[in-house]
Ligand binder design. Structure first.
Ligand SMILES: Nc1ncnc2c1ncn2[C@@H]1O[C@H](COP(=O)(O)OP(=O)(O)OP(=O)(O)O)[C@@H](O)[C@H]1O
Length: 231
């Protein structure tokens, strides 16, 4: 897939004809210098941006030609997003932030509440459920955001610099959580500058100038395909 911006002398090849298959259960880290196209690639995978060339297939569905509405529904029902700056609703408690996402994903109110509580327990924050984000540390906020990302049991969690705003201890908490998710079989695609995250991934792609400069796979226990077409 390709994503270009501008034209002629202003042409930027943010993602330049990359070919990517992601097996189910893989923890993939995408690294590389600033501006090499990592976030753009993640946005293409998440249906947040459309490629200017090529195709994006998620679980045997072509997503780059979907209508805006279908793409939004796919994100709501099948994808989990984690961002560097958390993107929590400031006026809602930790519980309500997670619960709202479960409600929006169509779960009935009682189930949404149970699911939110369960996920907050899973990220180690059951005792902070009633706190507003302003009363939580950065690492705790990111763990709430991860709980929120999991509420629709996503096919894949897409994370863009999830530890970029965190200190070292909080980074380790998030790292441990990603490890647990990976062990539980969750497919993860994480854009990161942090070599510690890359160290727990089972595949590391290094990008340069929109292309893959290196693609190292540590183990390959593929059980199906999340991104790419079954051949
Ligand atoms: N909307 C846009 N219009 C024009 N150029 C863009 C746009 N968005 C991104 N770019 C360019 O595309 C290239 C890739 O950007 P991208 O944000 O994907 O890089 P990145 O590797 O995620 O960088 P960082 O690590 O700094 O977040 C850069 O050269 C950037 O300037």
């Amino acid at each position: 897939m390709t994503r270009r911006y501008g034209r002629d002398s202003g042409l930027v090849r943010a993602v330049d004809e990359v070919d990517l298959d992601v097996p189910a259960g893989q923890a993939l880290a995408i690294m590389g210098p600033s501006g090499c196209g990592k976030s753009t690639l993640l946005h293409l995978l998440g249906g947040l941006q459309r490629p200017t060339g090529g195709q994006v297939w998620l679980a045997d569905r072509r997503i780059d030609t979907m209508s805006e509405w279908a793409s939004a529904r796919l994100r709501r029902d099948s994808l989990g997003f984690v961002f560097q700056s958390f993107h929590l609703m400031d006026e809602l408690t930790a519980m309500e932030n997670v619960e709202l996402a479960a409600l929006l994903a169509g779960q009935p109110p009682r189930r949404a509440r149970q699911r939110a509580l369960h996920l907050l327990e899973r990220v180690g924050l059951a005792d902070r459920a009633a706190h507003l984000p302003s009363a939580l540390s950065g690492g705790q906020r990111q763990r709430v955001a991860i709980a929120r990302a999991l509420c629709n049991e996503p096919l894949v969690v897409l994370a863009d610099e999830p530890t970029g705003n965190l200190d070292s201890a909080a980074t380790l908490d998030v790292l441990r959580l990603f490890e647990e998710l990976h062990t539980a079989g969750q497919t993860l695609v994480v854009v990161t500058h942090d070599p510690r995250i890359a160290a727990v991934a089972d595949r590391v792609i290094s990008m340069r100038d929109g292309a893959f400069a290196d693609d190292r796979q540590v183990v390959g226990a593929a059980t199906g395909t999340v991104y790419g077409r079954r051949r």
